[in-house]
Design a protein around this ligand. Sequence first.
Ligand SMILES: CC(C)(COP(=O)(O)OP(=O)(O)OC[C@H]1O[C@@H](n2cnc3c(N)ncnc32)[C@H](O)[C@@H]1OP(=O)(O)O)[C@@H](O)C(=O)NCCC(=O)NCCS
Length: 230
Amino acid sequence: MDMELEGYLRPPEYPMAPYPAKVVTLSTSAKLVIRQVDRDDVPILLEAIKPTLQVARDYYDIVGVRLYAELLGWSRYRVRDEFCLVGQIDGLLVGIVNSRMYSPEVGISLHTLAIERGLRIGAHLFASKMEHHIEYLEQEEVLITAESPIGFRRWMIEYGLQERDGQHELGGATPYALTRELYFAAKDRLVAGERPVPPELMAVAEKEIIIATEDDILEKILGAKRRVLQ
Ligand SMILES: CC(C)(COP(=O)(O)OP(=O)(O)OC[C@H]1O[C@@H](n2cnc3c(N)ncnc32)[C@H](O)[C@@H]1OP(=O)(O)O)[C@@H](O)C(=O)NCCC(=O)NCCS
C-alpha cells in the first residue's frame, strides 16, 4: 500500500474515549453483554449483516446495507470518528449499533440492528450508544433519524427527541436531537445495565463473536412471519 497517498485518503481522527462494557439482564434473565469492538472485528460483523440485505420487512434491508457500508468504510479508514458496539448473549451476536462524532460537541447516530427480537435488545443497544456519546465522549447532543416505524417509536417517541432543521447525513432525512438534558431525563427509564461485567461473562464475549447461521438469522428477525411467507 502506498502509505503516502493513503495518508491523503484517510480522514483525520479525533481521540475518542473507550466505552466501558456493561451487562443488561433481559426479561428472560439472559445476560446481554454490550461492548465496544474494533476494526479487526468488522469482517465477522459483516457476515452477520449479510442475511438482512434480503429482508425488506421492517426495513432490515436498508439498515443492513447502510450498516454494512459504514462498518466496511470504518475498517478501511474511510469513515471519520466512528464507533461500534455489539450485544452478545453467551458469545452469540444479537445486535449491532454504530455512530460517529461529527465534532467534539455533536454526535451522529448511524444505525441500530437487532438480530434477536422481542427482548428490546435494539432499544438497549441504542441507549448504550447514546450513553457513550453523552457520558463518555462528553458530547452536547446527538443527531438521530429513523428509517423504520419501529425506529421512530423507539427513538423519537420514547426519548421525546427534538426535531431540527437541516438534513441528517443518512440520506438527508429530518434530524432529531437528543440533548444532554433529554438524555439525563430519560436515563433512569431507558438506560440499563451494570458494570463491571463479571470476568467470566466478559471472557466468553471476548473469546469469539459467534454468529448464527443465515437461516437462524432470518428466523430470528422474521419470526413466525417467515413460515407464512414461504
Ligand atoms: C428497530 C430495532 C433496532 C428495535 O429493536 P428492539 O428494541 O429489540 O425491538 P424488536 O425489533 O424486538 O421489536 C419491535 C417491535 O416489533 C415486534 N416484534 C418483536 N419480535 C418480532 C418479530 N420476530 N417479528 C416481527 N416483529 C417483532 C414487537 O412486538 C415490538 O413491538 P413493541 O415496539 O410494541 O415492543 C429492530 O426492530 C431492528 O433492528 N429493526 C430493523 C432495522 C431498523 O429499523 N433499525 C432502526 C432504524 S431507525
